[in-house]
Design a protein around this ligand. Structure first.
Ligand SMILES: [Zn+2]
Length: 284
């Protein structure tokens, strides 16, 4: 069934897109925490593919939120800092929005008939069905949440993914009965800022933030200059400055040998092999 909702603002759409980008890349960021920090190029995703072959037993990351768990010796502190910062910002946005736009749980009253006094209240309290509505965001019951207090974490216990989905719903004013009031423009603007910053933080930590870098290592096939590019949210690529004369086994893109996707693994392996050869030549 389609209903005619008021047209979404560009801010609402951008906010939802930024939040979706954060949750879609969240698994990569969690995986990055458990790996040693990598050199700038090739981008982490490529190195992960290489490392995955070398380390088949890499530790699995659970879904417990970062702010609620211990971090025994994380290998990449930058990735951990970025993830903790993003997680906290999204959780706090959920708490703040819920406090403003979410209807408190309804109360129920059970009455009984008294032969002398008529209808008298027997029990009153929060309606459990309304309280447990899965669309509802539950605030933490303690102010300062640390490891070991997961029982009081409210909806935070479901992790960043759910927080991002919940915020997307509020940014887009998705209907949920009378549970939510429309998100006021000032709150949407604040959420837009949080979402954009969170996305930048995640993409910077994963080196996917639209940078162009000259790679220190020359092309393993022709010794030409290699340039790496990342597009925000897009696939990274590396191109060789030499042009058609380069014998690298990849296609030409605008006259240059260009590696993308799985080809970057081949380039990375060839660069490592070339470095090893150089190291052997200069002699240790
Ligand atoms: Zn080349």
């Amino acid at each position: 069934m389609t209903t005619t909702a008021p047209a979404l603002t560009a801010t609402a759409r951008q906010t939802a897109a930024d939040l979706a980008a954060v949750r879609e890349q969240w698994g990569d960021l969690l995986a990055a925490i458990a790996r040693p920090p990598a050199p700038e190029w090739p981008p982490r995703r490529t190195q992960d593919r290489v490392q995955d072959e070398a380390l088949p037993d890499a530790p699995a990351i659970g879904r417990l939120p970062l702010t609620l768990r211990e971090h025994p010796a994380p290998l990449n502190l930058d990735a951990l800092d970025a993830a903790c910062q993003v997680e906290r910002a999204l959780f706090e946005s959920c708490d703040a929005l819920a406090a403003r736009v979410q209807r408190p749980p309804r109360r129920l009253e059970v009455r009984r008939e008294d032969p002398f006094r008529g209808s008298v209240p027997m029990w009153s309290g929060v309606d459990p069905a309304d309280y447990n509505d899965p669309a509802r965001w539950h605030l933490p019951t303690v102010r300062d949440i640390g490891p070991g207090n997961a029982a009081h974490a409210g909806s935070r216990a479901h992790g960043l993914h759910w927080a991002a989905v919940w915020l997307e719903g509020r940014a887009l004013d998705e209907p949920a009965g009378d549970l939510f009031a429309p998100t006021p423009p000032a709150l949407l603007d604040a959420l837009a800022g949080v979402a954009a910053h969170a996305r930048r933080t995640v993409e910077r930590a994963l080196q996917r933030d639209g940078r162009t870098v000259t790679i220190d290592t020359p092309c393993p096939w022709c010794a030409g200059r290699l340039t790496g590019r990342t597009m925000a949210g897009g696939e990274p690529s590396v191109s060789c400055a030499t042009g058609e004369g380069c014998a690298a086994p990849v296609l030409l893109d605008r006259g240059r040998r260009t590696w993308t996707g799985a080809e970057l693994v081949g380039l990375y392996v060839a660069m490592q092999a070339a470095k090893e050869r150089d190291r052997g030549r200069t002699g240790a």
